[in-house]
Design a protein around this ligand. Structure first.
Ligand SMILES: [Zn+2]
Length: 178
C-alpha cells in the first residue's frame, strides 16, 4: 500500500508513454552475437559424456532450428552516452551498429577528422532533407535547430525570398510603365 502511494504516480499511461517516446527517439539498432550458435558451440566443447547428455535435449532443438541457429540477434537498445550526443544537421559523427559490431557496444564513427575539444554531433534525422522537413521532424525532439547549416539555409532562403520580392516589384512597376 505504501509503495503504491509512493510510486503510484509513476505507473500512469502518460509516464509510460514518455518512457517509450524517449526510447524511440534515442535508441540505436543493436546486433549481437548469435547467442543460440554460441550455446551450441559451448555444448560441442563439453567433455564427451556431458556433451552426449546435453545433446539428448539440444539435438531436437538444433534440428528444429535448422539453419536459423546461427543468425545474429537484431533489435534496438538504449545507450545513455550516445543518447547524450547533441544533434547537428551537418554532423561530424554517425551513430551506428555495423554487422561486425557484435559486442553490444554502440559505435560513433567520425565523419571527418575531429579537433581536440570539438563537440561530437550526430544527426537525429535524415540530413539529406530540406530545412523545413528537418525542422518538422526535429520538433518531436522538442527543439528548433539553429545549427550552422540551418542558419545558413535560413539565410539563403530569406535572401532568395527578398530577391523574389525585388523581382516582382520591378516587374509590376515595368507593367505600370507599359
Ligand atoms: Zn540544423
Amino acid at each position: 500500500m505504501r509503495s503504491q502511494a509512493t510510486y503510484g504516480a509513476l505507473f500512469t499511461p502518460e509516464v509510460y508513454g514518455s518512457i517509450v517516446g524517449l526510447f524511440e527517439l534515442n535508441n540505436l539498432c543493436l546486433v549481437s552475437d548469435p547467442v543460440v550458435e554460441n550455446y551450441f558451440l559451448h555444448i560441442d566443447e563439453l567433455p564427451a559424456a556431458e556433451k552426449a547428455a546435453a545433446q539428448v535435449t539440444t539435438g531436437p532443438l538444433l534440428d528444429a532450428l535448422d539453419r536459423d541457429y546461427d543468425k545474429a540477434c537484431e533489435g534496438t537498445a538504449y545507450y545513455p552516452l550516445q543518447a547524450c550526443v547533441n544533434h547537428s544537421c551537418a554532423p561530424n559523427a554517425h551513430a551506428m551498429k555495423r554487422e561486425r559490431d557484435v559486442t553490444g557496444s554502440a559505435v560513433l564513427l567520425a565523419l571527418r577528422p575531429l579537433s581536440v575539444g570539438e563537440e561530437v554531433t550526430i544527426s537525429y534525422v535524415d540530413e539529406g532533407m530540406k530545412l523545413s522537413a528537418r525542422r518538422a521532424e526535429l520538433r518531436d525532439y522538442g527543439f528548433h535547430c539553429t545549427c550552422p547549416r540551418c542558419v545558413d539555409d535560413e539565410a539563403r532562403k530569406k535572401a532568395s525570398k527578398d530577391k523574389g520580392k525585388g523581382k516582382s516589384k520591378s516587374s509590376s512597376s515595368s507593367k505600370r510603365a507599359v
